[in-house]
Design a protein around this ligand. Sequence first.
Ligand SMILES: *Cc1c(COP(=O)(O)O)cnc(C)c1O
Length: 437
Amino acid sequence: MGLPRTIEHQPGFATLQLHAGERADGPVNPRATPIYLTAGFVLDDFDVATDLFRTGDGYSYTRVSNPTSQAVEQRVAAMERGAEALLVSSGQAAVTIAVLGLLSAGQHIVSASSIYEGTRGLFLENLSRLGIETDFVEDANDPLEWERAIRPTTRALFAESIPNPKNDILDIAAVAAVAHAHGIPLIVDNTLATPYLLRPIEHGADIVVHSASKFLAGHGAVLGGVIVDNGEFDAERSGALFPHLVEAGRLGSPSFVERAGTRARMAYLRDVVAMRFGPTPSPLNAFLINQGIETLSLRVQRQSENALGVARWLEAQPEVHSVDYSGLESNPFNSVARRYLPDGQGSVFSFTLRGGLDAARRFVNALSVFTHMTHLGDVRSLILHPGTTSHNQRTENELSQAGIWPGTLRVSIGIEDLADLINDLDQGLEAVRTEAL
Ligand SMILES: *Cc1c(COP(=O)(O)O)cnc(C)c1O
């Protein structure tokens, strides 16, 4: 849609982020995607309504579908090289809906342990109450650990492409191979990498989720989430594991596989899970996410360059004990990063001050360019002390396993001038040094 498609020419990423999902609506043709801020849509006449409810083609109610949200869905699906995408109201909703589309009570997830705290809490405290259990794998790049955790009831593997704060980059192909040997999908949260740096589906992931609140939007003005499916559900291989996709509907209606073929997972997510649980995004937010996406590649390029500059500078400072950035040659994940992230290693990482909690407090309080807040992927640089904020629900032992020490600070690097970022961080170190005297 909106893109000239010839067989021999595949548009590049920057072109896709601007033009994929564009709409040409008819006599009025606005250049920007219009904001269809409406709860529902007029049903032209009696027979149109009957047809619409029978086929699902057309617009009835915004919780079912909305043209502004669809524009984002088509754009993100194209950028991730997926078949289809679904826009929801937040990243947490994206993870929840993706999981509820696959699993029911009595079933099991295997997840990397190095994941976003909100997702870890969802698995441990919410899904567990619905009878869905999760086991965590310590070393996500060890296929044997995944293999050992899989049970007959396991229906999905879950991991993040760039986890934070440790930046322990995922070997997606290795984990995907384990999932596929069991006929189950690998879900990858690609929030921190963005499809500009990494497209997990190209490496074997089946489903990709995003917090669009972060890099996709980039402006930090709205929340949103996206689920992308590769559209390759194999009913012959996996139908018995996912009976809700192959069995006829309540009134004998065709199954999701009969209706949508290899795209059955997404059809079920849309028509049953998202529509009923109802995490519908506002079309206004969808518009704002679309505006952000149009500059994604430029921002992420600059943020990755700035992040590498900041990481190199920090690594050379005597007050800094360690820097967890996979772009540094000294980092244990540098070789995985070279393979999966050749165009930049992202801009969210952590570093640890030798002076512990006290140094961290003085450092944060001395900054003026960095914003002190719990958010990521903003055009502005952000800083947070995970141990006392986002990760305060973890035990001492769980914290150190996650690579979080009293002196650990997480940064999300923005698009400011690198010299100003370094100057600001130098103010932080100055405050640490002064007090240490
Ligand atoms: C922020 C984040 C989420 C949750 O997204 P929200 O939009 O805040 O609900 C999920 N995963 C990762 C990796 C995130 O950074």
